[in-house]
Design a protein around this ligand. Structure first.
Ligand code: MGD
Ligand code: MGD
Ligand code: SF4
Ligand code: MO
Length: 691
């Protein structure tokens, strides 16, 4: 047996793992000693990485659809079919009728290849990935206020924080090793405050929990800023030196009273005043936020409201402070950094900038399109309208994880050709015309970037099972068949070196440098050869930061007589995303029954419903059957569901009302109805669209 150092392939914390290899299989996982992020520990998902990559249940050969059924095929046949489909679609629909959805679970090298393939081979900026429905409002919001959309500080800054303010993030469940570090910080004396409509585990352990009304973030954050300004608690030196004029914001907030904020949010006045004082007077206050901020039609404005609070109090640019979006997937930071977004090339170089386009055209030897690309939901919408020919999806399961599943499945069915590059037969892969087998993280060299911008090495511990290949190799082979050069890399390192040579924020990074430092945090350039643990210490990319007035907008769909309950969706500690990887682990699988609907006991009593009773939940978009789990985590009147279970897919119900700036759908709030059903009613068959 030998052990190969790598990085956990689940969440954005980026814990260091050792893969124990014996007899050509990963037989176990151990924590990496001395790793700066995980400090010798792992959560339950980290320990179970071996199940995720096990050949059992993997797709190991290309599959093509024939007479309605998927059958095994050789690489040659499958790739020829994809190349032909792309060629035909380009002829029929033009470059806006083809596109790529990349994978935030795959490596930076895979993601670099995906966007280069879309731009250089297909001639389109139709390239996106799951950040769209995750932290795209962070990228947009913080770019507007600070000029950069990533975590401003590092995870280790928690050790120096005096106050930790968690807004809309369930950290012990979803970023477990960061949650543990927050609790250690509290034990040494830091104050911990949680703002969340649910009593999360962290909320129950916190010094203060503000249980706000679902979707009232801006009312709360604006109210806090106004209390701070009213009392003269703002950081005037910081505002004068580092920010643009505060006047428009203070005018916008003038007249808001704590009582009004309390009415709008359901948070008692005393809590509001106490938190406003604590946060503004703290020597170092660290904000961490998550999907409870971003997954609303007001997502970008929610992020701006968070930024306003931090800037007014000068809680940015020093150790222990910052505005810290907890990025979700193991490499979602990297997929954004690599330019798998319709408006930026690698390193956030703007597509709209002609000199940037010229630079990439020159490097890649082909003209770069001027027309902006579509987002992932834009591409599925175009497909539904019959304007999209061929979509390639790398490791993402939109049928289960995008809002309004019925509509997504309908849209994908309208494509001339759906290509899925996957490890597992997901609900989306089941609809594909061609499936190409992907190597897992344990079977490839490369890098992942964690939520604190740390680029870390992953290493090939064993060969891929069957005929599976790395995503970047598959795309390279396809590019060759379509007559393009520039994809002949001999190693992942060669891909990385090309990327770094074109991206100023990575210019001083190399595999050798990453190896000597347990990874490096960007920007890493001639000025910062050791990387940048803290951003904005002396100035912002915008020069001065901006305070932008924003107003509260209610969720697009609120409860009414037909659909009387609020409905929200979240995550469970033991499962991950669409479940294709965690649900292979019997240890994780035994922890939670497949599909649950959380309900407050008072609501259950009122409706005469009992624990574990079978119920039908319906929204304007669809319905499903699942079981009740009584819990006082929620306020009465609100129901909640995790999204990991194909047996009870909550995205049949969710609303795709979108943030106008980023197209983020409102996954955190819609309205549903609830009724008891026969105990024999099956989950299957309950997926039909309502008439
Ligand atoms: N175990 C596990 N871990 C994961 C994942 C997983 O699937 N499973 N997924 C990873 C990914 S992709 C991501 S993006 C991260 C996400 O991690 P989180 O951001 O923690 O995600 P959620 O649990 O969806 O939502 C966070 C919280 O938002 C709260 N919330 C809902 N509405 C509001 C509101 O109006 N205001 C406020 N303030 N809060 C609200 C919810 O009650 C919930 O506690 O987790 C990553 N880690
Ligand atoms: N209702 C509701 N829906 C949500 C959310 C919510 O809070 N509520 N959260 C949203 C968020 S934040 C996110 S990020 C999305 C996540 O949604 P998805 O990205 O669809 O979910 P994952 O389970 O991470 O799917 C990743 C797939 O990648 C495959 N994979 C892993 N590694 C590789 C690789 O190296 N190469 C390839 N080709 N494939 C690989 C895995 O087998 C897996 O099937 O879900 C969103 N959906
Ligand atoms: S906290 Fe995240 S990165 Fe760390 S072991 Fe758990 S799932 Fe993996
Ligand atoms: Mo995410």
């Amino acid at each position: 047996m030998h052990t190969v150092p790598s990085i956990c392939a689940y969440c954005g914390v980026g814990c260091g793992v050792g893969l124990r290899v014996e007899g050509g299989r990963v037989i176990g996982v151990e924590p990496q000693a001395g790793h700066p992020v995980s400090q010798g520990q792992l959560c339950a998902k980290g320990w179970s990485n071996a199940y995720a990559v096990d050949p059992v249940g993997r797709i190991t050969t290309p599959l093509v659809r024939e007479h309605g059924e998927l059958r095994p095929a050789g690489w040659d046949e499958a790739l020829t079919r994809v190349a032909e489909a792309l060629r035909t679609s380009l002829e029929t629909y033009g470059p806006l009728g083809v596109g790529v959805i990349s994978c935030a679970r795959a490596s930076n090298e895979d993601n670099y290849a995906a966007q280069k393939f879309a731009r250089a081979v297909l001639g389109t900026h139709n390239i996106d990935h799951c950040a769209r429905i995750c932290h795209s409002p962070s990228v947009a919001g913080l770019s507007r206020t600070l000029g950069s959309g990533a975590m401003t500080n590092s995870i280790a800054d928690l050790d120096e924080a005096e106050l930790i303010l968690v807004i809309g993030a369930d950290v012990t469940e979803n970023h477990a090793m960061i949650g543990a570090r927050m609790l250690r910080a509290q034990a040494r004396g830091a104050r911990l405050v949680v703002i969340d409509p649910r009593k999360t585990r962290l909320a129950r352990l916190a010094d203060m929990h503000l249980q706000l009304r679902l979707g009232s973030n801006i009312a709360l954050l604006n109210g806090l800023v106004q209390i701070i300004l009213d009392n003269g608690w703002e950081n005037r030196a910081f505002l004068a030196k580092r920010c643009e004029d505060i006047e428009p914001l203070s005018r916008h907030l003038a007249g808001i009273t704590p009582e009004q904020t309390s009415r709008e949010t359901g948070v008692p006045v005393e809590q509001l005043i106490k938190l406003a004082r604590l946060y503004s007077q703290s020597k170092a206050a660290f904000i961490a936020y998550g999907m409870g901020i971003t997954q609303f039609q007001s997502g970008t404005n929610n992020v701006i409201a968070v930024s306003n609070l931090a800037l007014v109090c000068g809680q940015v640019g020093r150790p222990g402070t910052g505005i810290n979006p907890l990025r979700g997937q193991n490499n979602v930071q990297g997929a954004c950094d690599m330019g798998c977004l319709p408006d930026v090339f690698p390193g956030y170089q703007k597509v709209a900038d002609a000199s940037v386009r010229a630079k990439f055209a020159d490097a890649w030897g082909c003209a770069m399109p001027e027309t902006p690309g579509m987002t992932s939901l834009g591409m599925t919408k175009a497909a539904a309208a019959g304007q999209f020919g061929c979509l390639m999806i790398l490791g993402e399961d939109p049928v289960q994880t995008d809002p309004d599943r019925n509509q997504v499945a309908h849209a994908l069915a309208q494509l001339d050709c759906l290509v899925v590059i996957e490890m597992h037969l997901t609900e989306t892969a089941k609809l594909a015309d061609v499936i190409l087998p992907a190597a897992s993280f344990a079977e490839k060299d490369g890098t992942f970037s964690n939520c604190e911008r740390r680029v870390q090495r992953i290493r090939r511990a064993l060969p891929p099972p069957g005929q599976a290949r790395c995503d970047w190799q598959i795309l390279g082979e396809l590019a060759r068949r379509l007559g393009h050069t520039g994809f002949e890399w001999q190693s992942a390192e060669a891909v990385f070196d090309e990327m770094a040579s074109l991206s100023p924020i990575f210019s001083a990074m190399s595999y050798a440098a990453l190896d000597t430092h347990h990874g490096l945090q960007w920007p890493c350039d001639a000025e910062h050869p050791q990387g940048s643990p803290i951003l904005h210490q002396h100035s912002f990319p915008l020069g001065r930061a901006r305070l932008l007035p924003v107003s509260c907008v209610a969720p697009a769909e609120c409860p009414d007589a037909d659909y009387p309950f609020w409905f929200t969706t979240h995550r469970l500690h033991f499962h991950y995303g669409c479940g294709s990887m965690t649900r292979k682990s019997p240890l994780l699988e035994r922890e939670t029954p497949a599909g649950l609907l959380f309900i407050h006991p008072a609501d259950a009593v009122r409706l005469g419903l009992a624990q574990h009773q079978r119920v039908r939940v319906s929204s304007r978009r669809g319905e499903l059957i699942t079981r009740l789990e009584l819990s006082d985590d929620l306020a009465p009147g609100t129901l909640a569901m995790p999204y990991h279970f194909r047996e009870a897919p909550c995205n049949l119900l969710t609303n795709d009302a979108q943030d106008p700036i980023t197209r983020m759908p409102e996954l955190k709030a819609c309205a549903v109805a609830l009724e008891a059903v026969d105990e024999q009613a099956k989950e299957e068959g309950a997926h039909a669209r309502r008439p």
